[in-house]
Design a protein around this ligand. Structure first.
Ligand code: NAD
Length: 277
């Protein structure tokens, strides 16, 4: 039977955040990484790939849940430390504290991955309340700013910040007005901060995933429906959605010295969608 990673991942969500045959080669040996939203989906994939490449991990996530404990277990299975920090990224106090805890417990900070995000579908612009609009900005934009501002004083030359944006920043999405707005804002933030930090030897890049089967997608809630998985991926030339396991390696590249001449850029991981601009 033809390999359909999107479907397979959805049917076995716990197994496919990292391919069993992904061979780490110490690209991040000794590094300390803080990943917001590292407990599930794309963030968990990043955590497991970083760990397999030799990094210790801190994860800031919204609530005490089984996802976080399971991610910790999987990181520790890779032989790396995993610090779990529960808190809301829309609070600067929480973000300052998360960075301080990471530095104290892991002994430093070399890589920040801003990845925690929310996505709420809207009917049209008039149906979006002030609260819903602000919530998107508070989590998806302010959260990235608060964590980066707290992290920068700790980052030395060779360090990296990676911001998870989205294909929606480029294409827009009429059902995701607030979300698309925040995902584009994250790219402006990435570019401006990359210019500010370039003289410090700190690189700042973004990853723009296409559709990936994670709990962010309402269609993924409840029993898995292979048709819903197929529908989610229809917009891509590959005609499938991505596995979380297909995202982690892009973050490894941007975090490692392999990307030493790359900053202020967006890496598209989207099944072949062509982006203009
Ligand atoms: P996910 O739901 O598995 O992960 C989202 C994470 O964000 C969760 O781990 C949650 O703990 C965390 N989070 C949410 N609100 C938070 C808050 N207020 N404070 C702290 N943590 C909070 O979904 P995912 O798809 O892995 O999403 C990760 C990132 O990828 C998001 O930024 C999302 O916009 C982006 N993205 C996802 C897709 C996709 O199709 N899944 C596509 C493009 C971009």
């Amino acid at each position: 039977q033809e390999h359909q990673p999107g479907v397979e991942s959805a049917l076995e969500p716990a197994a496919l955040h990292i391919r069993a045959d992904y061979v780490g080669s110490g690209k991040l040996a000794g590094k300390k990484a803080l990943i917001s939203g590292g407990d599930s989906g794309i963030g968990r994939s990043v955590a497991l790939h970083f760990a397999r490449e030799g990094a210790d991990i801190a994860i800031l996530y919204l609530e005490e849940d089984e996802d976080a404990e399971e991610t910790k277990r999987l990181v520790e299975k890779e032989g790396r430390q995993c610090l779990l920090i529960s808190g809301d990224v829309s609070s600067s106090v929480v973000c300052n504290d998360a960075v301080a805890q990471t530095v104290k417990t892991l002994g430093g900070l070399d890589i920040l991955v801003n990845n925690a995000g929310i996505q709420v579908i809207s009917e049209d612009i008039c149906s979006i309340s002030d609260e819903e609009w602000q919530r998107h900005l508070n989590i998806n934009v302010n959260g990235y700013f608060y964590l980066a501002r707290a992290a920068v004083p700790h980052l030395s030359a060779g360090s990296a910040i990676i911001n998870t944006s989205s294909i929606n920043a480029f294409t827009g999405n009429k059902s995701l007005l607030a979300y698309s707005t925040t995902k584009a804002a994250e790219l402006g933030f990435t570019r401006a901060l990359s210019l500010e930090l370039v003289t410090h030897g700190v690189r700042v890049n973004a990853v723009a995933p296409g559709p990936v089967w994670t709990p962010l997608q309402p269609a993924s809630w409840g029993p898995v429906d292979p048709q819903a998985v197929a529908d989610l991926g229809k917009s891509t030339p590959m005609e499938r959605c991505g596995d979380p396991a297909e995202l982690g390696p892009a973050y490894v590249y941007l975090a490692s010295q392999d990307a030493s001449f790359v900053t202020g850029q967006t890496l598209h991981v989207n099944g072949g969608m062509i982006i203009n601009g």
